[in-house]
Write a protein that binds this ligand. Structure first.
Ligand code: ADP
Ligand code: MG
Length: 498
């Protein structure tokens, strides 16, 4: 070989070596980036752990806070609000009633017709629309005028043959925000949640605002009750099954109510007669305990929300937030690694990833995870390999599993408070035989998250059995109530008339 050829061959070897070195270097770098992402996932998984021991601590904390909230005003983060609902509908109600429901994402209007027997419950014309987002930070006047206008349109559609023509219509206003009631049909807004921000509304009577707006439109409609959505769900549950004593909503937000003995509502002794019972609206979204597993993503989400340091439990279990927790994890990963390509600016937009999309990705059963790919593409992240799509599914799983399991702990906490968890409650003194006489207990559950996100529901139900044990679980029935809060509120108004 001539000198030139040797030099040429040497150069060729050098080039191929350096190409190989670059390739190996890239591979090492990409492996390091993948490792960084896996590290983030592991850290987050660890911070979200909910072993049954921890869930039991949450159960105890919930029961303790319930006691504290009932003992004195401001005694707990749980407001344990009076509802003035002493009796729930029992099936004998008759007539036609309406419900207008302002939720966190949707408003609904419906009419029920009751024939005096349980089996004769006819739910008619359910209308469900997203709440126009500009209303969430408008003024109370704009909001209530809109609701009154929607009600007017609903009535207009009824037509002349409607049997309620010419008769004053009785309406339940189902309102899914914390209210301090002074009677079943009046109460002032304590604060907004779930992203609503109409500050001049706080402290105003919510039923009065709606009644005023209806009157201004000349509608002959009487706001007969102001009903928290959970109380509506409890009413429908009880109507069908009198063993229903707890209701929980998992929708945009989350909350629970239950039937309490009036003599246990210590803070209102003197105000209430001591016999009988009253439904208590827990406002459990604001529950907090140091036992709740919290990540840096939760802390940031809270700090950047419209209500920081508020509604801590809601922010880890409810539909408005699960998507945003997932988004924050993906954003973090895309910042430390290029596995998602260049960081998409959309990933920095709060609430751009909705929980509906989280469930669609989590439950994607296509072999190549095409649904995950489609949703990521909508977020400006395209062409990610299968292993990255699998990683995203895993993130959804971790966030939703934590939510479902903590939701179960919350329910078990209520059962513990009322002595239906098989342990005899947190106050001692119950005899062993009493403990063994477990009563059948129905928990009415509703809300878009629970109704539509199978994995959330399954994690919740599985954890409830884990916490209560197989034996006690047989006595605890979780019943889904589609549109329960609206229908139940109308039933509640019906029960007030009889
Ligand atoms: P609202 O909270 O207005 O009363 P819903 O009870 O219907 O309304 O709950 C709506 C919320 O439920 C949505 O904002 C979303 O967070 C959640 N949700 C609805 N559908 C799904 C779904 N398919 N998967 C996961 N979450 C869902
Ligand atoms: Mg709701």
């Amino acid at each position: 070989m001539g000198k030139v050829a040797v030099a040429f061959a040497a150069a060729a070897v050098l080039v191929s070596c350096s190409v190989a070195a670059v390739m190996v270097g890239r591979r090492i770098k990409s492996r390091a980036k993948w490792r960084a992402v896996v590290e983030i996932l592991k850290e987050m998984e660890e911070a979200c752990r909910t072993p049954v021991g921890r869930l039991r601590q949450v159960v105890d904390a919930m029961a303790v806070e319930m006691h504290a909230g009932l003992a004195s005003e401001g005694g707990s983060k749980l407001k344990m609000l009076l509802t003035f609902v002493h009796h729930l509908p029992n099936g004998t109600e008759k007539g036609t009633y309406y419900a207008l429901h302002l939720g966190g994402t949707y408003f609904r209007i419906l009419r029920v017709h009751l024939g005096g027997e349980r089996s004769y419950l006819d739910v008619q014309d359910v209308e469900r629309h997203p709440i126009p987002s500009h209303l969430m930070n408008s003024t109370s006047e704009v909001l209530f005028n809109f609701l009154a206008f929607s009600m007017e349109r609903f009535i207009e559609k009824e037509g002349k043959e409607s049997n309620s023509q010419g008769v004053k219509r009785e309406l339940a206003f189902t309102f899914s925000f914390p209210v301090k009631h002074s009677s079943i049909s009046s109460g002032v807004l304590i604060k907004w949640t779930k992203g609503f921000e109409i500050s001049e509304m706080v402290g105003k009577d919510v039923a009065e605002c709606l009644q005023g707006a209806l009157n201004r439109r000349g509608l002959d409609i009487h706001v007969a009750a102001l009903v928290n959505d959970t109380v509506g769900a409890l009413s429908l549950g009880y109507y069908h099954d009198p063993d229903t004593v707890v209701a929980v909503v998992f929708g945009t937000g989350s909350n629970a109510c239950y039937l309490e003995r009036t003599d246990a509502i210590i803070k209102s002794q003197g105000l209430l007669t001591t016999s009988g019972s009253m439904v208590v609206n827990m406002e459990w979204g604001n529950f907090w305990s140091s036992h709740l597993p919290r990540t840096s993503y939760d802390i940031d989400l809270d700090a950047e929300s419209s209500n920081p340091n508020d509604m801590g439990f809601e922010k880890i279990i409810a539909g408005l937030y699960l998507g945003d927790i997932v988004r924050r994890v993906i954003l973090r990963m895309s910042q430390v690694s290029d596995i998602f390509g260049p960081t998409s600016p959309m990933l920095s937009e709060p609430y751009v990833l909705r929980t509906n999309s989280v469930s669609a990705m989590h439950e994607d059963d296509t072999p190549e995870l095409q649904e995950v790919a489609r949703i990521l593409k909508d977020l400006g992240v395209s062409e990610v390999p299968l292993k990255v799509r699998k990683l995203v599914v895993k993130i959804c799983d971790v966030v939703t599993r934590r939510a479902g399991r903590l939701a179960a702990a919350g329910i078990a906490g209520i059962l513990k408070k009322i002595g239906r968890d098989g342990s005899g409650g947190i106050t001692s003194g119950r005899s062993r035989s009493e403990m063994r006489m477990q009563k059948r207990t129905v928990v009415a559950v509703e809300g878009g998250l629970y109704m539509n996100y199978t994995m959330f529901r399954e994690y919740m139900e599985e954890a409830l059995v884990e916490i209560l044990g197989e034996e006690v679980s047989q006595y605890v029935v979780v019943k889904a109530m589609e549109d329960g809060s609206s229908i139940g509120s109308a039933l509640l108004v019906a029960s007030l008339q009889s």
